[in-house]
Design a protein around this ligand. Structure first.
Ligand code: ATP
Length: 534
């Protein structure tokens, strides 16, 4: 439809030019004008239909890609997440998703039709007029393409730097806002503002550079097209003088050139956008190439727990080869027993919970649950059976109910209330103006340390695990509440194998066995009475 527009227009002009006095013949120019109008409408109409049809495909591709990246990030090891920069990561994903949509839409439905359009225009020009026009058209396209590609390559480098600056900008603002309270404690608003402004300034520098380079590109393209246009129009003017060309032909040449400039410009723009999208997507796909450190073995089976006996055999582990954290520890826990690991800060107690939960695999030695080596079972089945109450509880920025029910999202309401009661939380929640619907704030910061800890205990109980791991689970509570919860937990853990981590012997009086850990080694083991005597 589009390539026929100039022909109808040119022919209509010729028909009008040759109009004789008899009004009957007006029917020819009028039908040519109508054909011109219809061709234009079809051109626009088909474009709109194409875009409307594509929306579903494009959006679906974006959804899949975003989900894939999200799932992949969740499958990565704790090590990756401890090193990641959340602000930068979210910018990378946002840009990557935008890039996918653009590339798909333009490569599939715009680049090929536009190339076809350019080829058709050249063929029509050769057929309608002499070869000079095709020759000039060919050189316009050639110069245009070479110029556009060369300048774009240069602009891509600027874009990469701009992306880096954008990541840093995102990271600085998120990190600063997350540390809002710390900023206030140290009156460092100005310092933060300065740091953020530095990041903004770098971004600004590259954004300006990028915009100026675009102006240069557009100006260069316009010069090439204009020179070509002048050449062709002058040629046409001479031919009109010879009588070898009509006014209508002149209009056809001019309209084709204008019509050629639009797709050429478009191709230049698309080339740049695709390059830019590829740069944006590259960052996102690099994330997908990030490999998981802790992997399931091929043919790993699900963990099958009957008694939940645990055995650590000569386990050693380091986060960094230069520093040993856990040194050759061995111990056994019989079914339904409670073992406490006590020791000074930095002894490696929480590290034991992390290797037990397989956030990391031990460097040497092995851990067994019911005689199954946990490094050989699927991580999912292992984690399903263990409930951990971590040292620092982080909550979702949602309601109290949501956070407790997170232990088992399909649990019935009465079960959620039951565990809240066991964690000494129910009465407190009922006394709140919004009750279970109270929003806990970002990372749970609207709750006190003790309240957060009780939510963590409640959701761990709701998981109904075969093994409990309490990492100083009651350390933020006052003595009375701690005692009450401990009584509840002891009652519960009578039938569940439990590992408790604590700083003080006084909090683990009723454990079946206490291991004293110091500098990654078990230095003493025995019950509470033995150790008190020691
Ligand atoms: P606390 O009683 O203070 O919680 P802990 O006995 O639980 O201490 P761990 O958290 O196990 O101690 O840490 C043991 C050592 O390992 C610490 O010196 C800590 O700095 C180091 N460490 C912990 N996590 C990492 C990590 N992801 N990368 C590197 N080193 C780490």
């Amino acid at each position: 439809a589009n390539v026929s527009v100039p022909i109808f227009l040119g022919k209509a002009v010729d028909a009008l030019d040759n109009l004789s006095a008899t009004s009957l013949i007006l029917i020819i120019p009028v039908s040519l004008i109508a054909a011109y109008g219809i061709a234009r409408f079809l051109h626009v109409g088909f474009g709109e239909i194409r875009d409307a049809l594509f929306v579903k495909i494009g959006q679906n591709a974006i959804r899949r890609a975003a989900l894939k990246v999200f799932n992949h990030l969740h499958s990565l090891s704790l090590k990756f997440h401890l090193n990641r920069q959340t602000g930068a990561l979210s910018r990378i994903i946002d840009r990557g998703i935008g890039g996918i949509e653009f590339t798909l839409r333009f490569v599939t439905f715009n680049v090929f039709p536009t190339l076809l359009e350019i080829i058709l225009v050249c063929i029509i020009l050769i057929n309608l007029f002499n070869w000079y026009y095709s020759f000039i058209t060919f050189f316009i396209i050639l110069f245009y393409v070479i110029f556009t590609f060369t300048v774009t390559e240069w602009r891509v480098k600027i874009r990469k730097k701009m992306n880096e600056a954008d990541n840093i900008r995102g990271q600085k603002s998120i990190d600063s806002l997350l540390n809002f309270e710390t900023v206030k404690y140290f009156n460092n608003e100005e310092y933060e503002s300065l740091r953020y402004d530095q990041a903004l300034e770098t971004y600004e520098k590259f954004a300006v550079k990028s915009a100026i380079s675009l102006t240069l590109l557009n100006a260069g393209q316009a010069i090439i097209i204009s020179i070509g246009m002048i050449g062709m129009m002058v040629l046409a003017a001479y031919q009109i003088q010879d009588g070898t060309m009509s006014i209508g032909d002149f209009i056809i040449v001019n309209t084709y050139l204008i019509q050629l400039a639009i797709p050429l410009n478009f191709i230049g723009f698309v080339y740049w956008q695709i390059k830019q999208s590829l740069v944006d997507m590259e960052n996102m796909f690099t994330l997908l190439k990030e490999t998981t450190e802790v992997k399931d073995k091929p043919n790993a089976k699900d963990l099958n727990i009957s008694n939940a006996s645990i055995s650590f055999q000569n386990v050693s582990f380091n986060y960094d080869q230069r520093r040993k954290i856990i040194k050759n520890i061995s111990f056994e826990i019989l079914p339904n027993q409670t073992v406490a690991i006590v020791g000074p800060t930095g002894a490696g107690k929480s590290t034991i919970s992390k290797i037990f939960f397989r956030f990391y695999d031990p460097d040497t030695g092995a851990i067994f649950i019911d005689e199954q080596d946990i490094s050989k079972v699927t991580q999912h089945s292992l984690r399903q059976q263990i409930a951990v109450v971590p040292q620092d509880t982080v909550l979702f920025n949602d309601t109290l109910y949501y956070n407790i029910a997170y232990g088992n999202p399909i649990a019935a309401e009465k079960e959620v209330f039951k565990v809240a009661k066991m964690a000494q939380l129910h009465n407190f929640i009922e006394s709140l103006p919004d009750g279970y619907e109270t929003i806990v704030g970002e990372r749970g910061l609207k709750l006190s340390g003790g309240e957060k800890q009780r939510v963590a205990i409640a959701r761990a109980l709701l998981k109904k695990p075969k093994i409990f791991f309490f990492d100083e689970a009651t350390s933020s509570l006052d003595t009375k509440t701690e005692k009450e919860i401990q009584n509840n937990l002891e009652e519960l853990s009578k039938n569940i194998t439990t590992i408790v981590i604590a700083h003080r012997l006084s909090t683990v009086v009723n454990s079946n066995m206490i291991l004293v850990l110091n500098k990654g080694e078990i230095v003493e083991r025995g019950n509470h009475k033995d150790l008190l005597e020691l």
